[in-house]
Ligand binder design. Structure first.
Ligand code: GLC
Length: 482
C-alpha cells in the first residue's frame, strides 16, 4: 500500500513539473555554449529608428528611443503611416553578423517585435510587419538567421510577448505623457488613466486573451516553425499582464525546441516559469547580488537601445572592455546592444568601438571564452576568472587594470601555480608561490593600454563556484523604475 502511495505521489510530482524544468544534466548541456560564449550582440531596430528619439522637433523625455510611440503618445494611425515609409535599404545582415563575429561576439539577438508591435519578419498574424507594410519588403529575421549561420554565431530573438501598442489588445505601460510638450498632455493622460495605459481607441479592439491568441502566440509559432532549429535564445520582455495560461501555451510550444534558452521575463516572478537566465539591465550585478544562477547583463553601447539621432553619448572602448571583463569575472554574459539607423546602416561610432573591442579580443579571447567565476575574490588591481581544462588542470586569468609600479604583482591566492605567462605575447613570467600568495615578476610597462592579461596554470582543479538552478527572484522587472 505504502509503495502504491509513493508511486502515485511520484507520478503526481512528475505531472506537476513545470514545463520549463529539465534534468540538470540536460539543462547544463543546453546551457554549455551560452555559458562559454560570454559575449553577444543585441540589436534594437524597427520603424522607431525613423524618429530617432525626436517628435515634432522635441527630444522625447525618458526611455530609449524605441519607446517613442508610447512616450509621445503617437496615435496608432500616424505611427503606422510613418512605418509604411520605413525603407532600410542600407541594411546589410552579412556585414552586421561579420562585425559581431570580428568583435568576438558568439551570438546575436534581434528585436523581432518590440513594444510598437511591428514585426521585423513576415507574419500572417499581423500585416504590420516589414514585408507586408513597407516598401523594403524584406524579412530581417530571415536575413540575420542566414548571416549568423555563415559566421558561426548563434541566433536569438527578442519578442515582446504582451506589450504591443499597435496590434490592439496588448499591454500599454506608462500611462503618462513624458515625451514632448504636448499642449493636450492633461487630456491624453486622463485618457490613458481611464484606459489601462492606452492612448488610442485602436489599441482597445481586443482583450488581452484575444491579443495573446490572435497576435502573440501565432507570431511566436511563426518564428519557431520557420526558424526553430536556428533560434537558440528567446528574449521575452515586459511581462506585465501575462497570465499563467499564456506562459503555459508558450512553453508547450517550446517543448519541440529543447535547445532554446529563454530569459526570465516571460511572466512576472512565477516559480513555474523561471526561464534559464536572469537579466540585469544596464547594470552589472555586485558579487553580493550573485546567487549562482545564470545571468546576462544587457547594456547599450550608447545612450539608447534604439537609434538616437542627436545628443547620443557613446561608451568608450575602455568602458566596454572593462564591462566585459567585470561581467566575465562574475560568470555572466554581456549582451551589448547596437542600433542600426532608419536606413539600416550601422552608425560609425558603433563600428569603431566594436573594432576596438575586437582587437582586444584578438589577443585575449582565451581569457573570455569558457571561463567561469573564480573562487578567489576580486583582486585590488583588476579582476580574475578561471577555466578548467579537460586534463584536470586549471587556468586562471588575471585582468590587470592597474599595472604595478614596482615590477611585481601579487595575486593573493593560496594555491601553487605551475606556470605563468603574458597572454598576448606568450612570454613566460617568473613567479614565486609564497605564503602571501603568488608574486609575479612583470614588465615595467603594462603590455596593454586597457587591460593586460596574465595566464596562470595550476596542475590541479581549483574549487569551483556552485551553480544553482533558476529561481524566480529577478534582478529587476523591467520598466518599473523609469
Ligand atoms: C527595457 C526597455 C526595452 C528594451 C529592454 C532590453 O525593457 O524598456 O525597450 O528592449 O529593456 O533589455
Amino acid at each position: 500500500m505504502k509503495r502504491i502511495i509513493l508511486t502515485l505521489l511520484a507520478a503526481l510530482m512528475l505531472a506537476a513539473t513545470p514545463a520549463a524544468a529539465q534534468t540538470t544534466a540536460g539543462h547544463d548541456a543546453k546551457m554549455a555554449w551560452w555559458r562559454g560564449a560570454h559575449f553577444g550582440m543585441f540589436i534594437h531596430w524597427g520603424p522607431y529608428a525613423q524618429w530617432g528619439g525626436f517628435y515634432n522637433g522635441y527630444m522625447q523625455r525618458l526611455g530609449g528611443t524605441e519607446w517613442i510611440m508610447n512616450r509621445c503618445k503617437i496615435p496608432v494611425a500616424e505611427y503606422k503611416a510613418k512605418a509604411a515609409e520605413f525603407n532600410p535599404v542600407n541594411f546589410d545582415a552579412d556585414a552586421v553578423a561579420r562585425m559581431a563575429r570580428d568583435a568576438g561576439m558568439k551570438y546575436l539577438v534581434i528585436t523581432s517585435k518590440h513594444h510598437d508591435g511591428f514585426a521585423m519578419f513576415q507574419s500572417d498574424a499581423s500585416p504590420f510587419n516589414i514585408v507586408d507594410h513597407t516598401p523594403y519588403k524584406r524579412d530581417v529575421v530571415d536575413q540575420l538567421v542566414k548571416a549568423c549561420k555563415k559566421y558561426g554565431l548563434k541566433f536569438g530573438v527578442y519578442y515582446s510577448q504582451m506589450q504591443d501598442w499597435t496590434n490592439g489588445g496588448g499591454t500599454a505601460l506608462k500611462p503618462s505623457s513624458l515625451g514632448w510638450p504636448n499642449p493636450e498632455a492633461d487630456k491624453v493622460d486622463a485618457y490613458t488613466q481611464a484606459h489601462k495605459g492606452s492612448w488610442d481607441p485602436a489599441q482597445q479592439v481586443r482583450t488581452y486573451d484575444e491579443y495573446f491568441e490572435q497576435i502573440a502566440y501565432p507570431q511566436i509559432r511563426e518564428l519557431l516553425t520557420r526558424h526553430g532549429s536556428d533560434i537558440h535564445v528567446l528574449f521575452w520582455d515586459t511581462p506585465q499582464h501575462m497570465k499563467e495560461a499564456y506562459a503555459e501555451k508558450i512553453m508547450d510550444l517550446l517543448k519541440d525546441y529543447p535547445h532554446i534558452i529563454t530569459n526570465d521575463r516571460l511572466i512576472r516572478r512565477n516559480a513555474r516559469f523561471t526561464g534559464d537566465y536572469k537579466t540585469p539591465e544596464q547594470t552589472i550585478p555586485t558579487e553580493k547580488q550573485l546567487d549562482g544562477c545564470d545571468w546576462e547583463t544587457s547594456m547599450t553601447i550608447s545612450s539608447s537601445w534604439g537609434h538616437q539621432k542627436r545628443g547620443t553619448s557613446w561608451k568608450s572602448a575602455r568602458t566596454l572592455i572593462t564591462n566585459l571583463i567585470d561581467i566575465v569575472s562574475k560568470g555572466g554574459n554581456f549582451l551589448l546592444n547596437i542600433a542600426p539607423d532608419e536606413t539600416g546602416a550601422i552608425p560609425q561610432p558603433n563600428i569603431k568601438r566594436l573594432a576596438a573591442v575586437g582587437s582586444w579580443m584578438d589577443k585575449y579571447s582565451d581569457a573570455i571564452y569558457g571561463t567561469e567565476r573564480a573562487s578567489v575574490g576580486r583582486p585590488h588591481w583588476g579582476y580574475c576568472s578561471q577555466k578548467f581544462t579537460p586534463d584536470g588542470k586549471t587556468k586562471v586569468y588575471l585582468y590587470v587594470m592597474d599595472w604595478p609600479e614596482d615590477g611585481e604583482l601579487l595575486f593573493r591566492i593560496y594555491e601553487n601555480a605551475t606556470a605563468a605567462r603574458l597572454l598576448d605575447s606568450g612570454k613566460s613570467l617568473d613567479f614565486e608561490n609564497t605564503h602571501d600568495g603568488i608574486y609575479l615578476k612583470v614588465p615595467a610597462e603594462a603590455p596593454d593600454d586597457i587591460a593586460s592579461v596574465i595566464e596562470l596554470e595550476f596542475d590541479h582543479a581549483l574549487p569551483r563556484m556552485e551553480r544553482k538552478s533558476m529561481n524566480n527572484k529577478n534582478f529587476e522587472i523591467v520598466d518599473e523604475k523609469r
